[in-house]
Design a protein around this ligand. Structure first.
Ligand SMILES: [Ca+2]
Ligand SMILES: [Ca+2]
Ligand SMILES: [Ca+2]
Length: 317
C-alpha cells in the first residue's frame, strides 16, 4: 500500500535530533575510524533509526566506516560503506563511484560477513571467515557453517534493499535473527566482520585483506514520533495505491482491516489492484467514508474516486 502524500512527508526522514545516538564501534583493523525499519515503521532500540525507503536523511549522523578509492573497480567501483543497527537489523549504506545501476539484479556484488568472530570458521575470503555470503544482485547466498554449506534463498537472510531503481547509493537491512547471524539460534551476534566485493571481485571494501569490524549496539533508542495522517493542507489531493489480493475488500473476514486503513488514510482517489466488481467496492467504501464516490474497473483493477470519472483507458495493455 502506498499513499503518495504520506510517503512524501514521512517525519522520520528528518528527525535525527530526536534520536538518542551513541558512538558506534567499527573497529577497523586497517583503515577504519568510526562508529554507530519498513515503510511506516522504524524499529525501536539500539543504533540508529533507519528506514529502508531509498531516502538517506537518517544516515547523516552515521560516520563513514570505510571509504574506497575511485578508479579501482572493474565492473562496479565501490565508494563507501556506513554501518549501523537497531534491535532487529544490521543496516548498510553502500555507495559507488560508477554510473547508476540496479543493485537488486544483474550484478554479483557480494557481502561476506563473519558472524562468529572467528576467522578460522566459515568461508575464507579476503582475510575473514565468513558465515554469511550474500550475492545482492542474485538475491541468494550461502550459509557457511560447520556442518557444511547451506544455500540461502530470497527469504532466508531477509535482506531489504532500496531504492529498487537505478542509483549510485543504496541502503540495506539484513536481519540479525537469520540463521547465519545467530548460527542457527545458538548465539546473539555481537561483533561482525564485513567485506564487500564487487562483481567478479573486481573491487573490494576494504582494499586490504581484512574485514570491517562492527560491534552491534544494543543500547535503547527512542522510537520515532507518531506519523500524523492529517493533511498538511486541506487542498491537498491524497492518492492511494493498494493491492488488495484476491478482491480482499469484498471479503467479509478481511473487511475490518481494510475499513480501518482506508478510514484512517481518507484518500480522495484509490487505485486498487487485484480488485474486481467496482460497483460493489464503491458501495462498501462509500459506506465507510460516508461520502458519494465514483468508480471504474479496468482489467481486474478498480479505481474509486471522490470525483466523477469522465473517461478511462488502459495505458499499458
Ligand atoms: Ca532510508
Ligand atoms: Ca573503489
Ligand atoms: Ca567465522
Amino acid at each position: 500500500m502506498q499513499s503518495s502524500e504520506i510517503t512524501k512527508h514521512l517525519p522520520f526522514l528528518s528527525v535525527p535530533d530526536l534520536m538518542t545516538r551513541r558512538a558506534a564501534s567499527v573497529l577497523g583493523r586497517s583503515t577504519v575510524s568510526v562508529c554507530l525499519a519498513s515503510l511506516f515503521v522504524a524499529s525501536v532500540c539500539a543504533g540508529d533509526l533507519i528506514s529502508i525507503d531509498g531516502f538517506f536523511d537518517e544516515w547523516a549522523a552515521v560516520p563513514v566506516a570505510v571509504p574506497d578509492p575511485e578508479g579501482d573497480g572493474i565492473t562496479e567501483d565501490i565508494a563507501l560503506l556506513r554501518i549501523t543497527n537497531d534491535s532487529s537489523s544490521l543496516f548498510l549504506d553502500l555507495a559507488f563511484h560508477n554510473p547508476e545501476f540496479t543493485l537488486r539484479s544483474q550484478n554479483s556484488i557480494t557481502l561476506y560477513i563473519d558472524t562468529d568472530e572467528d576467522a578460522q570458521t566459515g568461508l575464507a575470503i579476503h582475510g575473514i571467515g565468513a558465515e554469511l555470503e550474500w550475492c545482492l544482485g542474485c538475491a541468494s547466498g550461502v550459509f557457511h557453517q560447520a556442518q557444511g554449506a547451506e544455500n540461502l534463498g530470497r527469504n532466508d537472510s531477509e535482506v531489504l534493499i532500496a531504492p529498487a531503481y537505478t542509483s549510485r547509493r543504496f541502503e540495506l537491512a539484513l536481519s540479525l535473527a537469520s540463521n547465519p547471524m545467530t548460527l542457527n539460534g545458538t548465539q546473539v551476534p555481537g561483533r561482525l566482520s564485513i567485506v564487500v566485493a564487487a562483481s567478479g571481485q573486481g573491487d573490494f571494501l576494504p582494499d586490504a585483506p581484512v574485514g570491517v569490524e562492527y560491534v552491534i549496539d544494543s543500547s535503547p533508542l527512542q522510537g520515532p514520533p507518531p506519523i500524523s495522517l492529517t493533511r498538511l493542507q486541506e487542498s491537498h489531493l491524497r492518492l492511494m495505491s493498494y493491492n488488495t489480493e484476491f478482491s480482499g475488500i469484498l471479503d467479509p473476514e478481511r473487511q475490518p482491516f481494510f475499513e480501518r486503513i482506508i478510514k484512517a488514510l481518507n484518500p480522495d482517489i484509490m487505485a486498487f489492484q487485484e480488485l474486481r466488481n467496482a460497483a460493489a467496492v464503491e458501495a462498501v467504501i462509500a459506506e465507510w467514508l460516508q461520502v458519494p464516490l465514483f468508480s471504474v474497473e479496468v482489467m481486474g483493477n478498480t479505481l474509486v474516486s471522490r470525483f466523477p470519472i469522465l473517461d478511462s483507458t488502459v495505458l499499458i495493455p
